[in-house]
Design a protein around this ligand. Structure first.
Ligand code: HEC
Length: 156
């Protein structure tokens, strides 16, 4: 079943038609899929690692218009140093179905919380895609490539 589930007031919401498989209801209820996606990004903590300054400013920075552009603040451990990728570039390069596939099967270096992301319903994954697509402004540049174990990361 394909449904245009929402009648949001803003232009972004009106343009957001989400395909929901029969029997697969969103677990997150909100006024629109974009709103549901924003909620999931917030409670999922995606900004902590995918948005610079967010974690260390307790969410005060940066403005929402800068969210999810990838971070230069690395995570160092036995795996080396990893950087939260620019998710705007990720969604720009793939379809909604490919995003669902990625979130359902994804693996990468830590500390990306794949088990939690995999556990989202497909409809919720689609809502996150819609939200990231709705973010204003430029998509930005890729986050730094990961560094191997033992390499000293540059200051963020
Ligand atoms: C604790 C830190 C952390 C949190 C929280 C986090 N991520 Fe990540 N994420 C990462 C890191 C680090 C990578 C890149 C790992 C690598 O380079 O192998 C990544 C990679 C990804 C990728 C792969 C991107 C690509 O282009 O291949 C996706 C998709 C993703 N994260 C989505 C999310 C979503 C959605 C959330 C919130 C629900 C989230 N992440 C929360 C750290 C995090």
């Amino acid at each position: 079943m394909t449904v245009a589930l929402l009648t949001g007031c803003d232009a972004v919401s009106q343009n957001t038609t989400i395909t929901v498989a029969e029997g697969e209801l969103p677990r997150t209820l909100a006024a629109s899929h974009v709103d549901a996606g924003r909620y999931l990004v917030l409670v999922g903590g995606c900004n902590d690692c995918h948005t610079p300054a967010y974690a260390r400013t307790n969410g005060a920075e940066p403005a929402e218009s800068e969210w999810l552009k990838g971070s230069t603040e690395g995570h160092t451990g036995p795996w080396g140093t990893s950087y939260g990728k620019n998710l705007r570039l990720t969604v720009a390069g793939i379809t909604e179905d490919q995003w669902v596939e990625k979130l359902s099967t994804g693996t990468s270096l830590p500390p990306m919380p794949w088990p939690g992301v995999r556990a989202m319903s497909d409809a919720d994954k689609r809502a996150v895609y819609a939200y990231i697509k709705s973010l204003p402004g430029e998509a930005g540049t890729p986050a730094p490539a990961p560094l191997p174990p033992g390499a000293t990361p540059p200051a963020a």
